[in-house]
Design a protein around this ligand. Sequence first.
Ligand code: TXA
Ligand code: MG
Length: 340
Amino acid sequence: MNTQIIELPCEADYRKAAECLRNSGLVAFPTETVYGLGGNALDPSAARRIYAAKGRPSDNPLIIHLAYAEEAEKYCETSQMFYRLAMAFMPGPLTVILKKKSIIPDEVTGGLDTVAVRVPSHPVAHRLLEVCDFPIAAPSANISGKPSPTCLHHVKEDMDGKIEMILGGGQCSIGVESTIVKIDGEELSLLRPGAITVEMLAPFCKCVSVDPALERPLVGDEHPLAPGMKYKHYAPKAEVVLLDGADEQLFSFFKEVSGKEDIGILCPASMFSLLSGENTISLGGNLAEEARVLFGCLREYDRRENVKTIYAPLPSKEGIGLAVYNRLIKAAGFTVLKLK
Ligand code: TXA
Ligand code: MG
């Protein structure tokens, strides 16, 4: 298939993309979190094509994207708590799980009676949704198991030749996928950490409980609240090892291994400037920057065939740090080395 790639869409391109989606076609588009692989959320055959293009198991439900939070009424059972969250965080990087109405096909929700709803703020995503008269189901636009795409180039790598269109819109400003919450009366469960942090959600509810699956391996018959969180995600080809230790311990560890050509070091900007080694990459100077560049760094290591092990400090769990922590600890298969 010939994939049409439009770096900066104009009005005619949005209309063309909407027409394509209406005819069961697939269109990738940018959001403020990561790029999405969109299909008409009311069309079961589009959902089946999304799973095929990603190579994703069809029991892993999709998020439906809306231009405006008020449209949620048409597709799911809303509540006061939903509107409280919507007023505060939509449009933006928050996804809320609600009971679905029958208009949403089972193919989209992997057979669940709930559906994930999100209102993206990226102008390209927003305009595309406005032009469509249906919601857009969109998982991240990566091949299943690869880091989510945060720029047009990543989407091309994974989707060129498999879908009808790719819309561009620059580098994603957040860089990790949306925060996912489930509402239970006045309480919230955090199913996936993102840029809307536990600290930001807390004032709007009685309590926020964090799904244990986000921070540690599950045991026995435990399963994560978001089906997708059980799959091995975000894993680069090299082995990732997280290091737990004070800054001085981390720095001397990095200094010792940084010359080896099969070792990658993913470190804070402050240490990067003091280290050598061609496979040393800076994660940035603050938590938001770490989130923004993380997936691009993991993809970069995949290009460097000689790198067999990547070392990175165990991230902070504060604010958006919890999202970086969750993605990295999964990439590491929960391997943490305690420095002594
Ligand atoms: O930032 C984002 O959310 C991006 C952009 C494109 O919007 N989308 C995204 O979609 O990350 P995806 O499909 O890669 O991740 C969706 C996650 C999966 O872990 C899935 O299991 C969970 O949401 N999910 C979807 N529907 C659910 C439901 N009804 N109940 C529980 N978890 C659900
Ligand atoms: Mg994904």
